[in-house]
Design a protein around this ligand. Structure first.
Ligand SMILES: Cc1cn([C@H]2C[C@H](O)[C@@H](COP(=O)(O)OP(=O)(O)OP(=O)(O)O)O2)c(=O)[nH]c1=O
Length: 191
């Protein structure tokens, strides 16, 4: 049985993978996240997911290495993690009252053979209208920091959601149904 290795420091990804009842270890390494900004979002998240997984796979002799990357896309413009409080406020002001897409790239690499599956999923999310005061109070909670698009759908931002079309778990950062499909290609069946 090949070990499963999650190449992610994200506690949300660790929790979603643990929910599947799989045993896994976490290995994180530094990855250069700079990319050509003109690249379509789907390609950006796939490239970064693959980069994250391949750095860890190169340090391992065996195992299935999982990498993921999440980007929020509003009107064709990608929103990553906010650099500071001000940027978080600006991102949330731009997201409120309208729809955006959340793209998560997923890569699974067999460290022993180099064989890989790289894919992505998109989910459409519509936010309710939010007042400036509510946005300020939300940013004061600290929740937006470290999150793509400056919000956590699984946290207090759950009350901002008008509708979601597509996979919820993809928004949190790991498209688990897609992951199950990818793992099945390597002979791992979750149920
Ligand atoms: C939109 C959204 C994002 N996020 C998180 C998921 C990711 O952790 C983060 C996007 O940043 P990423 O760069 O995808 O991931 P990361 O740096 O947190 O972790 P790693 O590279 O080690 O795997 O935003 C939420 O938790 N909830 C949400 O609703």
């Amino acid at each position: 049985m090949r070990p499963i290795i999650l190449a992610s420091a994200s506690p949300r990804r660790q929790e979603l993978l643990a929910n599947l009842g799989l045993e896994f270890e976490v290995k994180v390494s530094e990855v250069d996240e700079t990319l050509d900004e003109n690249m379509p979002a789907a390609q950006q998240v796939e490239k970064l997911a693959e980069r994250k997984a391949s750095v860890v796979a190169a340090q391992s002799t065996k195992g299935l290495v999982i990498g993921a990357d999440t980007l929020v896309v509003l009107g064709g413009k990608p929103l990553g993690k906010p650099a500071d409080r001000e940027e978080a406020v600006q991102m949330l002001k731009s997201l409120q009252g309208r729809s955006h897409e959340v793209f998560t790239g997923l890569a699974v690499i067999d460290a022993a053979t180099g064989q890989s599956v790289v894919t992505h999923q998109a989910t459409a999310v519509r936010f309710k209208p939010l007042s400036s005061e509510q946005i300020q109070r939300y940013v004061d909670t600290g929740e937006p920091m470290g999150k793509a698009g400056a919000y956590a759908v699984q946290g207090k931002a759950s009350i901002f959601i008008d509708s979601i079309r597509g996979c919820y778990f993809n928004v949190v950062g790991l498209p688990v149904a897609k992951l199950a499909d990818a793992l099945r290609m390597f002979g791992v069946e979750i149920v």
